[in-house]
Design a protein around this ligand. Sequence first.
Ligand code: ZN
Length: 231
Amino acid sequence: MEPIATPPHGTGLVVIQPLKKRRCAECRTGPLALLVLEEGAPRCLDCADLGHLVFLPRGDAALTRRSRESSALSAVVVRFNRRRSRYERQGILVEEEALALAEERCLADAEARQRRRVRDARRREAEDLRFTDAFEREIRRLFPGCPADRARAVAAHAATRGSGRVGRSAAGRALSEAAVTAAVRASARHTDTPYDQLLMSGVPRHEARRRIAATVEERLREWRDEHTPGA
Ligand SMILES: [Zn+2]
């Protein structure tokens, strides 16, 4: 029988996926898918008292670590890479109960992460709503004549652009008088003037703004006045 290369020491129990057909030196079963070298001779897992372990292929670091931690007996499975002249890890052998427990824990982690994502999303939604409310209140304070549905629409639009996704200080800046006025002015520009049609018909932006500026400022003046008829 050709000698089997000796796997590295210091890794605990090592089980080999042989490249060649091997039989158990003790019970003669074979060819063996997995073997243990004892004093240079191959043993099947049953003869090596590892027959009750199950194979977990490499690739899931958390599952591997947890399985080993809760397994009283475990082994590293290696295969010799001829091209690289070295043994390479293929996975581990662990107790089936340990693997099941590790799978449950990893699943619980995944579920916990999912629950946290849902909580985070709800919190962001709530923040968006609070921001929208605050923005709307500022519009109503600065422009008491602005129709309620318009104020709400402008605030909701501002919220989709920032709020929960920006920091507290940025949200504060977004609520400054200048920012709120800019948002209301933009709404008046697009909704109460032919600005968009001008742009679509090829009028340069600055020329379009010049043409509608008076209408926009007139509308803002109306909205600043609490007693605008029809508002
Ligand atoms: Zn055997």
